[in-house]
Design a protein. Structure first.
Length: 357
């Protein structure tokens, strides 16, 4: 007897839920979502969840910066075509950010990632610079995907600073048109999911399997019941429902408030620690990028205020633009309020973590 496709999806999803429940846990869990609103408003939000302190600062990078993949003589080389505002991690990588064209890049943990072996046949790119490479080079998701699908470089990874934990990440990108893409490395090869409908990304399992799980919850209906744990699959289901359930308010500030409420809903309360489930990690900070207005919002869980950076007020030109840093302090505990663009101070750019030269 043949089963209907919806029934098969339900059986598969239930089996997948059981597999996830017994799978080994990890210490990083984040959520990213894209809101498609009224009058073509697009907003991308993400939470950064990490079990240990993750030093983070904000940076302004102008156009014209010479970059290296930082993996030795065969490193990928490029010069930044677009200026950007980014959130660094450990002072050695770009974990999140937006560029002056309205492209947003976010890296999240994916334990199933498998990167190819690095050899001299193709230029190498440190995983620490993966998001920055995209922000430096592309104005839209379509243009980024057109290059990335040709597999022009080898991603090279290493341990997270201060830990014996290999960095295994996947990348999401979104742009001012609402286009979206998820890039994962599976069995050593890049797999790209490119479609406007791919609004949400969390962590394990692979994105393809998360879509199947989400179909199961769609059948139940978010107004009836939604999964409430902090597991990645549950956060995916909640974010997917709420990002499309909130009103498409024509007032951009009200829409922004709705998006903030969704990313807070899928955040993990600060201080949560479950010994046998280290994947339940405290949310450290959140970012929200308004693509059209070119505003980049930052919210630390240890400060009382949300502040923003106005990319329209920044000189990104190679002639006059300067690398600048906003020092957020230990655990992002330094308080800023409102428009913090003027608080950035000129600084030397950090060097991306890579292989020893």
């Amino acid at each position: 007897m043949k089963m209907k496709s919806s029934a098969l999806s339900r059986v598969f999803a239930i089996s997948l839920v059981a597999a996830i429940a017994t799978a080994p846990s990890l210490s990083l869990a984040c959520t990213r979502l894209v809101y498609l609103g009224a009058k073509s408003q697009v907003i991308t939000a993400r939470s950064m969840d990490w079990r240990f302190e993750m030093p983070t600062d904000l940076w302004i990078f102008p156009r014209g910066l010479a970059r290296s993949g930082e993996v030795g003589p065969n490193s990928l080389q490029w010069t930044s075509r677009y200026g950007s505002v980014i959130a660094s991690a450990h002072g050695v990588s770009t974990s999140d950010g937006t560029n002056e064209a309205g492209l947003v890049a976010n890296v999240l943990w994916l334990t199933e990632s498998e990167y190819p072996k690095f050899d001299s046949g193709r230029p190498g790119l440190s995983i620490a610079a993966w998001a920055q490479y995209v922000l430096d080079n592309f104005p839209t998701v379509q243009e980024a995907v057109a290059v990335l699908e040709k597999n022009p470089f080898t991603i090279v990874t290493d341990n997270v600073p201060g830990q014996k934990l290999l960095a295994t990440l996947h990348l999401s990108i979104s742009d001012a048109t609402g286009d979206s893409a998820i890039i994962e490395y599976i069995n050593g090869k890049p797999v790209i999911h490119h479609d406007r409908k791919y609004q949400v990304m969390t962590n394990s399992p692979l994105f393809e399997q998360q879509l199947a799980l989400n179909e199961y919850w769609k059948e139940i209906g978010g107004t009836v019941m939604l999964p409430g744990t902090n597991r990645a699959a549950d956060r995916f289901a909640r974010a997917s429902f709420y990002v499309n359930a909130i009103p498409k308010d024509e007032n951009p500030d009200r829409a922004l408030a709705s998006v903030f409420s969704v990313i807070r809903n899928v955040s993990v309360p600060f201080g949560i620690s479950t010994p046998d489930q280290p994947n339940i990690s405290s949310t450290r900070w959140r970012t929200v990028a308004d693509h059209q207005r070119k505003l980049y919002f930052f919210e630390s869980v240890l400060t009382p205020n949300t502040f923003w950076v106005d990319l329209k007020a920044i000189d990104f030109s190679p002639e006059k633009g300067k690398v600048k840093k906003l020092d957020l302090g230990p655990q992002q505990s330094r308080t800023f309020s409102g428009d913090a663009t003027a608080n950035f101070q000129q600084a030397e750019p950090f060097k991306f973590l890579g292989l020893p030269m």
